[in-house]
Structure formats: C-alpha cells, structure tokens
Design a protein around this ligand. Structure first.
Ligand code: FEO
Length: 180
C-alpha cells in the first residue's frame, strides 16, 4: 500500500506534469500564430511527452493501491516575446520540475518507500535530458541571433522532431503494447 504522503506528492506531480503539457501546448499555439511551425511542432511533441509523464504517475498510484485525484490545471501564459524567451521559459520550468522530482525521491527515501524511490529514478534521468535539450536549443537560438535565415533553418530542423512514446518502468504501457 502506498503511504498517504507519497500518494499526495505523486498526485501533485501528476497535476504538475499535465500543467507542463499545458504550458508547452500553449507555447506551441503561440509559435504557430507566429509562423514558427517547426518550433511549434517541437513544443507540441513536448506536450505529448509530458502527458505520458503524468500518466506514468497515474498508473503507478493505482498499481500501488492508491487513489488518483485530479485537480484543476493552472492557466498557462499565452504569449512570449521571442522564440528564445519561450525556450528560456522551458528551461526555467524544467528546473522547477527537477527540484520537485528530487523532493519526491527524497521523501520516498525518508518514508522507506523503496518502490516509489525506484520508480522516480526514471524521472531523475529524464530531467537531465529535459534540461540538456532546452539548453541546447537556447544556445542554438543565441548563436542565430540577428539572423532570420539561421532562425528559419532551426525552425525547419525542429519540424523534424517526431513523437516517441516514453517507456517508463512501472508507468503506463505504450498503447497497443503486449501485457507483461
Ligand atoms: Fe515531465 Fe518536462 O518533465
């Protein structure tokens, strides 16, 4: 049975992952309104990934005998001055996610809930990647500053990103995946 404190922390984080999806979908919508369809594609896929991160928690809470309680998702911003400002927002947001994930892992350790501690390991690794991806794009955007042509090339490159269903051990199985 999942400890109540852990159940509450995972329910909060499930909400925060869906909030992350909402932020990135809002960024995607804004970028589309600016004609930046490649960056918008990148953000839309990011939003899909965040939904799966949340669903991983959804499945894990249920598998541990807990109850999922969905809460209101906060309204995200709807405008960013530049593409760079949007990606700087992504990085700042992911740094908050990282600290929240670390806090849940630390709480699981202090509660001696090693199943949750083990489950959180995937998210800890994922956060390294999330921050690195945002940093990489921020650097690319800074290097292309003042060049519309470079920005257009980056936009075309980001249009190539495709969605790969994240496989989270202990989380939701990919749609259509065979039962273990
Ligand atoms: Fe689910 Fe971007 O962290």
């Amino acid at each position: 049975m999942i400890p109540k404190k852990i159940e509450a922390a995972l329910n909060d984080q499930l909400n925060f992952e869906l909030y992350s999806a909402y932020i990135y979908l809002s960024m995607s919508a804004h970028l589309r309104s600016q004609g930046m369809n490649g960056f918008a594609n990148w953000m839309q896929i990011q939003a899909q990934e965040e939904t799966v991160h949340g669903m991983g928690m959804y499945s894990f809470i249920i598998d541990r005998g807990g109850k999922v309680v969905l809460k209101a998702i906060a309204q995200p911003k709807s405008e960013w001055k530049t593409v760079l400002a949007a990606f700087e927002n992504v990085l700042a947001h992911e740094e908050i996610v990282t600290s929240r994930i670390n806090n849940i892992a630390a709480l699981a350790e202090s509660e001696k809930d090693f199943a949750t501690r083990n489950f959180m390991q995937w998210y800890i690794g994922e956060q390294v990647e999330e921050e690195a991806n945002a940093n990489e794009i921020i650097n690319e955007l800074k290097m292309s500053a003042d060049s519309k042509q470079a920005l257009l090339m980056l936009d075309r490159e980001k249009a190539m990103r495709t969605f790969v269903f994240p496989i989270i051990p202990g989380g939701m199985k990919a749609p259509g995946a065979a039962a273990p």
